[in-house]
Ligand binder design. Structure first.
Ligand code: SAH
Ligand code: F3S
Length: 481
């Protein structure tokens, strides 16, 4: 029952998945941690297992198979999964036949040692080995433990039609590339997700069109490093130079992919994540500016505002080059929303470096940010060569200063919308109030407004009357589209 090879039968597969929802005799419970890529991968796993007769359940107690799709990015992320695993022990007591598997980055990083460390785990599968799940499950169901953590040169799961899990029916992820070649010295991702490879653009467009036909209104193109997207017929990005002249001449890069997707689904909003400053090219910016359905928002992690630290992080650009890129974005895409990732307390970070981070933030005034304390990850360059020498209380203090400044900037950015009418894609009911919808602007800012006639999936105009640092509040101005 492996139909992944053929896109034409995808519609029947959807029917099959629906049927399995009610009739599937085996139940899968899957929980995802960490980045959006893991959530997207879980949808691929659910699709592969649907072919094996598994339907998904939201209740682990109903499940025959419990999978945790895990994250290794910081020590705390791994600890969260370990705590969850020890909590799940009760499942085995009440239902000894239940099988428990660890997927994703922890599986890849810790490998078969996980079986020794976490006695209840039956199955360990790395991010490139999900096609092997049916075979691995046979072993597990025969009472053996099973592991596959082999990283791949080609795997993109491009032909697998994801089972959309837990979504709102409006916004969906499409994975476009896997792995990362950047080797930032603090980062475990190149080790857990392997080298960069890109997915066939045709299969990306087909997935976008299918989502549009199914009533979705927004897609997010996903990859660890989307600007590095490069399709030349398949294979690792680093082997591009070895490809034939014809393959190289007809290669598709990220700007071209964005253009093709934007034209294929003109009625959908298009987002993408994550961009890395060293790989972002001007033609991507012009493409964003050109197409009204590509959202005016870039998540552009910087990690530090100090050129000295950026060098030690192997980020491939200086503070000044990043500032130039920001100015370019502002001139090509006026009103572009910007967000960042920042790390406080990288090895060797001085007060002066930290001040450079704060002053860079002051220069950009990001709409929002994701901010972390440095966490040493085994096997990375930083763990092997640099001493984790910033005391924890200093990391915490610097992180808090970064967070406070970000809050100030988020409020400042939101205040710029006051009195204006903004276009919002309605996603659902506000978490704080039953009587309000919530949605997002093109800049990815959350907007909340009284329900009235609008409904989820509508694109409406909302006049902003009030704001906090996190949210714009307003009232419906008109139903558009
Ligand atoms: N390119 C990826 C980045 C993955 S990691 C993407 O698709 O988002 C997400 C963020 O986690 C990084 O940008 C960085 O800010 C943070 N991070 C990564 N490794 C870290 C570490 N060792 N300690 C603290 N934060 C880290
Ligand atoms: Fe990690 Fe740097 Fe890639 S943060 S995911 S190695 S761009």
């Amino acid at each position: 029952m492996h139909h992944y090879g053929n896109k034409i039968i995808d519609e029947s597969r959807q029917g099959e998945a629906l049927m399995l929802e009610s009739e599937g005799h085996k139940k899968l419970y899957i929980e995802s941690y960490g980045c959006q890529m893991n959530f997207s991968d879980s949808e691929i796993v659910a699709s592969i297992l649907a072919g094996e007769g598994y339907s998904t359940t939201k209740n682990p107690e109903d499940a025959d198979l419990v999978l945790l799709n895990t994250c290794s990015i910081r020590e705390k992320a791994e600890q969260t999964v370990r705590n969850r695993l020890s909590h799940l022990q009760y499942l085995k007591k009440t239902k000894p036949a239940v099988k428990i598997g660890v997927l994703g980055c922890m599986a890849e990083r810790i490998k078969d040692k996980l079986l020794d460390e976490e006695k209840l785990v039956d199955l360990v599968v790395g991010p490139d080995a999900y096609r092997d799940l049916p075979e691995l499950l046979k072993e597990v169901n025969d009472g053996r433990k099973a592991v596959n953590v082999i990283l791949s040169k080609e795997e993109t799961y491009g032909d697998i039609n994801p089972v959309r899990l837990g979504g709102n029916g409006i916004s969906a992820f499409i994975s476009i590339m896997r792995g990362c070649d950047n080797m930032c010295t603090f980062c475990v991702v190149p080790f857990t997700r392997g080298r960069e490879r890109s997915r066939n653009p045709q299969s990306i467009i087909e997935e976008a069109v299918q989502l549009q036909d199914a009533g979705y209104k927004e897609i997010t193109l996903l990859g660890q490093n989307v600007d590095s997207y490069l399709w030349y017929g398949g294979g690792l990005k680093k082997d591009f130079a070895k490809a034939s002249e014809i393959a190289r001449a007809s290669a598709v890069r990220f700007a071209e992919l964005l253009r093709r997707v934007a034209e294929a689904v003109p009625g959908m909003r298009i987002r993408f994540s994550t961009s890395n400053p060293q790989d972002m090219t001007e033609d991507v910016l012009y493409t964003i500016a050109e197409y009204p359905n590509i959202c005016k928002y870039i998540h552009l992690p910087v990690q530090s505002g100090s050129s000295r630290i950026l060098k030690a992080m192997n980020r491939g650009h200086t503070r000044e080059q990043y500032m130039e890129l920001i100015e370019k974005i502002r001139s090509i895409i006026p009103d572009c929303g910007l967000s960042h990732d920042m790390i406080a307390g990288f090895p060797g970070e001085t007060e002066e470096d930290h001040q450079d981070t704060l002053s860079l933030m002051e220069f950009v005034k990001y709409d929002f940010g994701y901010m972390f304390k440095y966490s040493e990850r085994p096997g990375t360059y930083a763990a092997r060569h640099l001493r984790d020498d910033v005391p924890d209380e200093v990391k915490t203090r610097r992180l808090n200063e970064i967070i406070d400044l970000q809050q100030k900037h988020s409020l400042y950015r939101n205040q710029q919308h006051l009195g204006k009418t903004v276009e919002v894609l309605v996603e659902g009911t506000s978490r704080k109030s039953e009587d309000h919808w919530f949605g997002r602007t093109t800049q990815n800012t959350v907007v909340v407004f009284p329900k009235e006639q609008a409904k989820p999936g509508d694109r409406v105009w909302v006049t902003v009357e009030y704001c906090t640092s996190a949210t714009l509040l307003g009232k419906l101005a008109s139903l558009s589209c």
